[in-house]
Ligand binder design. Structure first.
Ligand code: NI
Length: 170
């Protein structure tokens, strides 16, 4: 396994649409392992492949709390089948937008269909923390970031901050 660098806003690859995965081969298994290692090291509770520059439809998630047994999930070609009517507000952050956290409204439950690393199709009904994480990570596969749900004023403030940092670094 190898830890991979995480792309930071405003990297344009974070805005790309990721491609479906046609075949689960050693390359995909290695990618999943690298993504899990990168996520745990960060540390974070979710990571989507575009965040390490791989424009493929795969995300990894582990919402187990500190001290609990790890519960790694690898979702290949995931799609949300249904959303609850109930909406909850939770504070979100993103490894590609470090050190910032904002409240976002999202449906509190979703049903997600995905393929696991063994090629098995799974329908998972997710609630609360896991449901929010699934929505956040799947958005990454379509180039959507959680700051897109903020007011224009807040979003522009975040974008400016990171554009400035990128200029300073580059
Ligand atoms: Ni994120």
């Amino acid at each position: 396994m190898a830890k991979r660098p995480i792309l930071i806003l405003p990297d344009e690859r974070l805005r790309a649409i990721a491609e479906p995965i046609e075949k689960i081969d050693d390359g995909i298994r290695q990618l999943a392992a690298d993504m899990l290692e990168t996520m745990y090291d960060a540390p974070g509770i979710g990571l989507a492949a575009p965040q390490i520059g791989e424009l493929k439809r795969i995300v990894v998630i582990d919402v187990a709390k500190e001290g609990e047994e790890p519960e790694p999930l690898v979702m290949i070609n995931p799609e949300i089948l249904s959303y609850s009517d109930e909406v909850i507000t939770t504070e979100e952050g993103c490894l590609s937008i470090p050190e910032l956290y904002y409240d976002v409204d999202r449906p509190s439950e979703v049903t997600v269909r995905y393929t696991d690393l063994d090629g098995k199709d799974i329908d998972l009904h997710a609630k609360e923390r896991l449901a929010i994480c699934v929505q956040h990570e799947l958005d990454h596969l379509d180039g959507v970031l959680y700051i897109d749900y903020l007011s224009r004023l807040k979003r522009d403030r975040v974008l400016k901050k990171f554009q400035k940092q990128a200029r300073r670094a580059g």
